[in-house]
Design a protein around this ligand. Structure first.
Ligand SMILES: NC(=O)c1ccc[n+]([C@@H]2O[C@H](COP(=O)([O-])OP(=O)(O)OC[C@H]3O[C@@H](n4cnc5c(N)ncnc54)[C@H](O)[C@@H]3O)[C@@H](O)[C@H]2O)c1
Ligand SMILES: CC(C)C[C@H](N)C(=O)O
Length: 368
């Protein structure tokens, strides 16, 4: 499919290519929809095999952010950036400063933050060139690393999903299988351990696994065995597309609630797990805590206010479950419906003339 054809299919607004020979910057910024506000989404740095793969990733992730912001009740649109390169080898100051200038050139239509392969330090470098960046160091009055807040949101959403499946949101005594013990899941495991849950963990990084074993008394299993564990809740916190034809028959959990983006390989996998009676907490609803946290910076960061908003992920998951029951549709579809309705209602909202607004006549009036 051609790029314009793909953009038309999902109604993307803009795709920006950024190149800087000196630093080696090759970046793509995708802006999906700014109906609700400026497009906020992280910058991913990854060794894409082809340029097409990088474009596709930027476009797909940008659209995901439109839904994430709409579902979280934020006045933000969806965008995402990708930098082609190896985050362990190819980073340099000039690259992120050149990238910052490209973001500045968009004049606030796109605001960036961390994603896979980028860090708070990278955001600080971008911040040298533009204010349209969040997740900057707390030293600048910003919110820093979003992962612990994402984890708290996942914990809250997991409790709401557990309430639906087990009649109680108390996770003490529940057996929870966690896939990937990275930045988000480490913090999630801490909340679950403190509440008295029993943890089963896996990761391809042995140090991360050992950490969870030592600190939270977790049982470690091989990466391929995580799906078939006898557990109450499965928390995917590593990769996307892990709910698929191969893994679904292995699942014993009654709840799927984790941080990973794009958990369903295909939509039909969401239909299958619904039919199996599994309560699925849609990924972009349950993992919106990091976005909510960085978005708070736009009003002057207040951690208490951000955390209060992240807590409402519990209510949002409950709302999605209600829509799913009301309309007799799987939870992933219910979440999409809820977000699309919010965006559509803002698109329909009447455009009233404002004397101090952006209309040509308003400007004439002010000049007088
Ligand atoms: N960091 C955030 O604030 C945030 C926000 C929203 C969504 N997410 C999503 O949550 C997920 C985790 O994010 P993170 O920031 O913790 O990333 P991370 O890279 O810190 O952690 C991911 C972990 O998964 C492990 N892993 C990779 N492949 C694996 C496999 N096959 N089996 C088992 N473990 C494997 C990695 O070794 C790593 O420890 C990602 O999908 C990310 O897109 C993160
Ligand atoms: C804005 C960021 C915190 C975005 C985050 N990487 C996410 O996927 O939600």
């Amino acid at each position: 499919m051609g790029i314009f054809e793909y953009m038309e299919k999902y109604d993307y607004e803009q795709l920006v290519f950024c190149q800087d020979q000196n630093s080696g910057l090759k970046a793509i910024i995708a802006i999906h929809d700014t109906t609700l506000g400026p497009a906020l989404g992280g910058t991913r740095m990854w060794t894409y095999d082809t340029e097409e793969e990088a474009i596709e990733d930027a476009l797909r992730l940008a659209r995901g952010m439109t839904y994430k912001a709409a579902g979280a009740g934020l006045n933000l649109g969806g965008g995402k950036a990708v930098i082609i390169g190896d985050p362990r080898k190819d980073k340099n100051e000039e690259m992120f400063r050149a990238f910052g200038r490209y973001i500045q050139g968009l004049n606030g239509r796109y605001i960036t933050a961390e994603d896979v392969g980028t860090t708070v330090a990278d955001m600080d470098t971008i911040h040298m060139e533009t204010d349209y960046v969040t997740g900057v160091s707390p030293a600048f009055g910003s919110s820093g690393n979003p992962s612990p807040v994402t984890a708290y949101g996942v914990y809250r959403g997991m409790k709401a999903a557990a309430k639906e499946a087990f009649g109680t949101d108390d996770l003490s005594g529940k057996i929870i299988a966690v896939q990937g013990v990275g930045n988000v899941a480490y913090n999630l495991c801490r909340h679950l351990h403190e509440e008295g849950a029993t943890l089963i963990v896996t990761d391809i990084n042995k140090d991360n696994v050992q950490c969870a074993v030592d600190e939270f008394g977790a049982k470690a299993v091989d990466p391929n065995d995580i799906y078939s564990q006898d557990c109450d809740i499965f928390a995917p916190c590593a990769l996307g597309a892990i709910i698929n034809d191969n893994t679904i028959p292995q699942l014993k959990a009654k709840v799927i609630a984790g941080a990973a983006n794009n958990q369903l390989r295909e939509e039909r996998h969401g239909d299958i797990i619904q039919e199996m009676g599994i309560v699925y907490a849609p990924d972009y609803i349950i993992n919106a805590g990091g976005l909510i946290n960085v978005a708070d910076e736009l009003q002057g960061y207040n951690r208490e206010r951000a955390i209060k908003k992240v807590e409402t992920i519990y209510d949002t998951i409950q709302k999605v479950i209600e829509i799913s029951k009301r309309d007799n549709i799987p939870t992933y579809k219910a979440a999409d419906r809820m977000c699309e309705e919010r965006i559509a209602s803002m698109q329909r909202s009447r455009s009233t003339f404002l004397q101090n607004g952006k209309h040509e006549l308003s400007r004439i009036h002010h000049k007088q």
